[in-house]
Design a protein around this ligand. Structure first.
Ligand code: GSH
Length: 215
């Protein structure tokens, strides 16, 4: 059976693409990568050739097209239970799902004011109350999970929860938002993963600049 194909956008900017990519890479799930760069002016017409929503990421596995980052992670986690992407423990699995669902549905101020940007020089931006509230909630979530699990990742071993929050690690870092010691340590652990380094190095080397994502 051929490896599934993961369609992604620019590594510098595409936060939703980063989530399944790092989840699969860290846990050693094989896939073929197809990077299709953003064409924001034209509304990304190329994405419509493989994506039912016109968005990335998309996974094509055994003829099935799976869209939405969390659905892709769920698909590969169930297919590869030894990956630990979904923790074995029922309690931890529910926590991973709750955290991932909150990531999908929340943090609008953080997401819009601070686009993921792998090559952005670290510098602060004017932070609104809504942005600070999002940054505080994320850190409460991380601190509680790390204290409960003992680390080194949110739920102990690397899981879907870490993959879903990976772009937030970049955002808190490059926009120099205030972070607690426990969160700074967690961010450093994520950023030193070989998979993270591989993605970031490739993102930094990309030639494309998307003006609207340069906050
Ligand atoms: N909820 C979707 C969000 C996907 C998404 O918004 N992807 C962005 C790239 S990070 C995209 O394709 N944008 C292109 C567009 O909206 O035209 C997911 O989790 O996969």
């Amino acid at each position: 059976m051929p490896d599934p194909i993961l369609y992604i956008g620019n590594k510098n900017y595409s936060s939703w693409s980063f989530r399944p990519w790092i989840g699969m890479r860290v846990t050693g799930i094989a896939f073929e990568e197809q990077l299709v760069p953003f064409d924001m002016d034209a509304g990304n017409p190329a994405f419509n050739q493989f994506s039912p929503t016109g968005k990335v990421p998309v996974l094509v596995d055994e003829g099935q097209t799976i869209w939405e980052s969390l659905a892709i992670l769920d698909h590969v986690a169930r297919k590869h239970p030894a990956s630990g992407l979904w923790p074995d423990d029922q309690r931890l699995r529910s926590q991973a799902m709750a955290m991932s669902a909150e990531m999908m549905s929340s943090f609008g101020a953080l997401r819009s004011a601070c686009p993921m940007n792998m090559r952005r020089p670290r510098s602060p931006i004017a932070a609104s109350d809504a942005l600070m509230a999002d940054a505080t909630r994320v850190q409460t979530l991380w601190e509680d999970a790390l204290a409960d699990s003992g680390g080194p990742f949110l739920l102990g071993a690397f899981s879907i929860a870490d993959a879903m929050f990976a772009p937030v690690v970049n955002r808190l870092d490059v926009y120099a938002l205030p972070v607690s010691g426990a969160c700074a340590d967690y961010m450093a652990r994520m950023q030193s993963l070989p998979a993270w380094q591989e993605w970031e190095t490739a993102g930094r080397a990309e030639p494309w600049v998307v003006a609207q994502d340069e906050a």
